[in-house]
Design a protein around this ligand. Structure first.
Ligand SMILES: *Cc1c(COP(=O)(O)O)cnc(C)c1O
Length: 368
């Protein structure tokens, strides 16, 4: 007796390709037969500094609490976030990473027969969650590897429920400046949810960049999503959050799993928000590393997409999968992004100075 379980799956799920994460160091060590200590990973846009001491201390202190369910409402974390952001706690939705928030939004507002708009070369989670719920994805062609917000606003129809905008975008590192985002928001009807995914916002220093939170009162259809995974250095704990009107927060919190952020995650995230020195160091290391990678790849004659985030997409001029495999044999893990419509590019996360140098040296060797 046998059953075709793929045929049994929901229609949207049948054709779904799973998200391809960066390869963990342990896995590459097993596959290539290298010592894990000799492998560097610049493949998942993680903070190369390691965790904040203040976050670690908070985790140690919270250890005994793991026998209890977490506070499903995340009281302390929400309170601290609300204070910093200047919004009410009732505007916040916590997520198991901000990926969770993105999925919750799609599930709360889209359904079969409705459309979800996102850009070409944009973050892979948008098409995945859209397809999984059976809604129709509308992919808008990019300009200069980045979002074309004019065309995205034009793509909105009466069937559109959600528009995802990654600003800056992953895997390209491109950004739309404040004025452009504002004009875009003005053009989107109130009954269409706009998600401004600001996973890398902490790296954006300058008045030309948008901070979506400032527009929440003007645009009640806006949801800003942020995360502790990138600049805050807590990818492994899985904490992110959405900021929106209380009305939208109420709707999406109905879909949220009741205990989607754990005891240790809440404790660490709450504590790290006070570690200003850590964040400043992260921003500075990233600024210097971006420059190092951009210049280094330039010297190798490789084009890099101008990036404001903590990674660069570099054009290898050939099938990037082969370069990726060769780099892996040198103990350097980066990310091929063919699945994002960029088959010649590799995405390289900014590491420590020594890691960036090692990546550049390996690239030079592999390409020669
Ligand atoms: C990394 C990333 C996220 C969030 O990841 P989480 O770890 O789930 O918070 C969201 N959006 C973009 C564009 C990202 O690059």
């Amino acid at each position: 007796m046998s059953c075709d379980y793929e045929a049994l799956a929901a229609r949207g799920v049948q054709g779904l390709s799973p998200y391809q994460p960066g390869k963990p160091i342990e896995e590459v060590a097993r596959e290539i037969g290298l010592d894990p200590a000799n492998i560097i990973k610049l493949a998942s846009n993680e903070n190369p500094l390691g965790p904040s001491e203040q976050a670690l201390a908070a985790i140690r202190e919270a250890f005994p609490e793991v026998t209890r369910y977490p506070d499903g409402n995340g009281f302390h974390l929400k309170q601290k976030l609300a204070e910093r952001l200047g919004v009410g706690s009732d505007c916040l939705t916590l997520g198991n990473g901000s990926n969770d928030v993105l999925e919750i939004v799609a599930r709360a507002f889209a359904e079969p027969g409705t459309e979800v708009v996102y850009s070409e070369h944009a973050f892979a989670i948008y098409p995945i969650v859209t397809q999984a719920i059976g809604a129709t994805g509308v992919q808008v062609p990019a300009v200069d590897w980045g979002h074309d917000l004019y065309a995205m606003a034009d793509a909105v129809t009466e069937r559109t429920r959600v528009v995802f905008v990654a600003n800056p975008n992953n895997p390209t590192g491109t950004v739309v400046e404040k004025e452009g985002v504002y004009r875009f928001l003005k053009r989107i009807p109130e009954n269409v949810i706009v998600v401004l995914d600001e996973a890398y916002c902490e790296y954006l220093q300058g008045p030309e960049y948008a901070d979506g939170v400032q527009w929440l009162s003007e645009f009640p259809n806006l949801i800003v999503s942020r995360t502790f995974s990138k600049a805050w250095g807590l990818s492994g704990l899985r904490v992110g959050y959405g900021i929106s009107s209380p009305e939208i927060a109420d709707v999406i919190n109905r879909v949220r799993q009741p205990f989607n952020t754990g005891v240790l995650a809440q404790a660490a995230a709450t504590a790290v928000l006070d570690d200003h020195a850590y964040l400043e160091r992260a921003i500075e290391v990233n600024r210097a590393g971006l420059e190092q990678l951009r210049d280094g790849f330039g010297r190798l004659g490789l084009d890099v997409v101008p990036s404001v985030a903590n990674f660069v997409a570099v054009d290898t001029g050939r099938d990037a999968n082969e370069v990726h495999n060769a780099l892996m044999r040198e103990g350097v893990i980066v990310r091929p992004i063919g699945a994002y419509g960029m088959p010649r590019h590799l995405r390289v996360s900014v590491g420590l100075e020594s890691e960036n140098r090692r990546c550049l040296d390996a690239m030079e060797k592999v390409l020669s």
